[in-house]
Unconditional design. Sequence first.
Length: 89
Amino acid sequence: MIWGGENLLISPELYRSHFHSNLEDLCYSYGALVHMHNHGNIDKIIRDFYDIGIDILNPLDPHDGMNIAELIEKYGDLITFVGGINKFF
């Protein structure tokens, strides 16, 4: 959905106005988990994912500047992080 290497493809404001919680509300209304798949550095909106209750987030490629240890410390109580493997392995 959102990709841009070291940055977002869309602005945080555009994400919040068009995507934030709409998909999550639908999934949760059916009792499903929300597994978000992103590429690139999503630091600018990861707090949004935490606030709306994203259950699983991947791939968290360290090549894109995502620090999985820091993310687990900040948000690991609610989000399960998958990945941490460089795409160039």
